[in-house]
Design a protein around this ligand. Structure first.
Ligand code: AMP
Length: 287
């Protein structure tokens, strides 16, 4: 079976409507293209859970902070289609900007709380852009489940909150981060790293792992995080936007590791901003 490609909402609705009439379970995997093994793992998880899988490719202008970042975002549609075909996705929805934001479009979905702090503090408006486009893609596809990567942990929390608050009838399925053999989290932005930067990049994940280990056995949170930030800079990163321990459930700040937590980081390597995060559980305390 070759993958079907649609670019118009009417065509998407007609294909998915046909599946619904046959009682087929549909999953959607929203992406911005430049597909790598992280995206493909979401498609595979979707195929394991659903009868039909829609992948969306839409480079959403509303979630970029800098025009140059949007302009430079990799666009590799032919290669993406080949990868989706190879892994067995059923439908690609790749709308033009006007299909998502027609003239007169005036609605913004803004999720308070979980959108604030972390990436929200450094990328003003980013999560409004994400929530707005994801709400549209979930409603346009009418899928039963939607899969998202924990690589973008705060994004998952924003989408979970939005879906609950707006009663969007869909199950959100978070999926683990896929990494290179050296630990670097796969990201379309890794393509921008120079060879020297690429050699430094995996230090971010390594420092996260070591820090999570220290916290897990009871190291003091504030001093451990300060030392880890210094290690990231010493490794060759230009700056650290944030390195924080947050509650895994709702990203609330906690000074102590007294509940299941997530260690989240964003740091600049040259002109490239890398993010990563890791689960932290206090060992021997039973949380
Ligand atoms: P993007 O194309 O960057 O918007 O990402 C589309 C989806 O793929 C989001 O749900 C991301 O969280 C997910 N994703 C990106 N990188 C990874 C990764 N390394 N492992 C797992 N999922 C990922």
């Amino acid at each position: 079976m070759s993958i079907e490609i649609v670019r118009r909402l009417a065509d998407l609705r007609s294909v998915v409507g046909g599946w619904r009439r046959q009682d087929l379970v549909t999953a959607v995997v929203p992406t911005m293209g430049a597909l790598h093994a992280g995206h493909i793992s979401l498609v595979q998880a979707a195929l394991a859970r659903a009868d039909r899988v829609v992948v969306t490719i839409f480079v959403n202008p509303k979630q970029f902070n800098a025009a140059t970042d949007l302009a430079n975002y990799p666009r590799t549609e032919a290669g993406d289609i080949a990868k989706l075909q190879a892994c067995g996705a059923h439908l690609l929805y790749a709308p033009a900007v006007e299909e998502i934001y027609p003239p007169g479009f005036a609605t913004t979905v803004s999720v308070a709380g979980v959108s604030q702090g972390l990436c929200g503090a450094f990328r003003p408006g980013h999560f409004d852009g994400v929530a707005t486009v994801v709400a549209k893609l979930l409603l346009q596809t009418g899928a039963d489940l939607a899969l998202f990567g924990e690589k973008d942990f705060q994004q998952v929390k924003v989408i979970e909150r939005m879906v609950r608050d707006l009663d969007i009838p869909i199950e959100i399925v978070p999926c683990p981060t896929v990494r290179e053999a050296d630990g670097l989290a796969l990201s379309s932005r890794n393509l921008r790293l120079s060879a020297a930067e690429r050699a430094v990049a995996p230090r971010l994940a390594a420092i996260l792992v070591a820090t999570a280990d220290r916290l897990a056995v009871g190291a003091a949170v504030a001093t451990t995080l300060a030392a880890a930030s210094a290690e990231i800079i010493a490794a060759g990163f230009r700056s650290v936007d944030y390195l924080e321990l947050r509650a895994a459930s709702d990203l609330q700040q906690h000074a102590e590791l007294d509940r299941p937590a997530r260690l989240l980081v964003a740091a600049w390597l040259g002109e490239t901003r890398l993010i990563d995060n890791l689960e932290v559980t206090r060992r021997g305390v039973g949380i």
